[in-house]
Design a protein around this ligand. Sequence first.
Ligand SMILES: CC(C)(COP(=O)(O)OP(=O)(O)OC[C@H]1O[C@@H](n2cnc3c(N)ncnc32)[C@H](O)[C@@H]1OP(=O)(O)O)[C@@H](O)C(=O)NCCC(=O)NCCS
Length: 215
Amino acid sequence: MPTTTITPVSSSSSMSFSSSSSFTPNNKLDLFFSPDLIPAQVIAELHPSVHLRPLSSTDYHRGHLSVLSVLTHAPDPGYSAWLKQYEAMRSSPNTYYPIVIISKETDRIVGAGTVIVERKFLRGLGRVGHIEDIAVDKREQGKKLGLRIIQALTGLSESRDIGGCYKTILDCSDENIPFYEKCGFEKKENEMAKYAPEAAALPKPKTTPKVKAKL
Ligand SMILES: CC(C)(COP(=O)(O)OP(=O)(O)OC[C@H]1O[C@@H](n2cnc3c(N)ncnc32)[C@H](O)[C@@H]1OP(=O)(O)O)[C@@H](O)C(=O)NCCC(=O)NCCS
């Protein structure tokens, strides 16, 4: 594991520290997809104390489920079951694009999100990007990490390299609408949901209006 000294140079966020770390660079990881697909502009605007990259096959050990648990139930199935799910998702090529933000100080995940590319018969065999599972560690909220995750996922969705989705959509609670509006989305239509009986036994998420990227 390399030792990294982190010296923030400039940022709009309040994160600021300098320390030794066990940060694992991209070339030492088995990544879900090529990091070159992530828009360079988003990487350039990140605070230097964090790193944004595709999910890796060892991110279970970096607190992936713990970060997702700020969003909803994320019970721990154990590493081998987690890895099986990772491989099952990766075996559908050009479909799932899960990303994470890592603290360089701790090598732990502080934010996560995914865009899923849906192929359609309409709109000239068009594609739609579905943003899912956006979560930022409670201690790191308010530092523009959520914004960077959404910018990266929207950039991926619209990228010609992965097929160029004609729109990007997501569901969110009423209280998160202002956040997504700041990310360039606007409210459209409504979401409908029917939970399977076994899922209905769990506490239900709040009402979730549908938000779409401006076209
Ligand atoms: C919602 C969430 C992803 C936002 O991430 P974040 O890193 O805290 O947000 P950012 O710092 O990137 O915010 C970007 C802008 O949106 C604003 N914003 C963020 N959340 C907001 C909210 N709930 N209401 C109003 N504005 C909000 C910020 O103030 C900031 O505005 P500014 O540019 O004027 O300073 C994060 O709070 C979170 O993980 N919440 C719990 C899980 C969740 O609800 N996920 C979303 C599921 S749809």
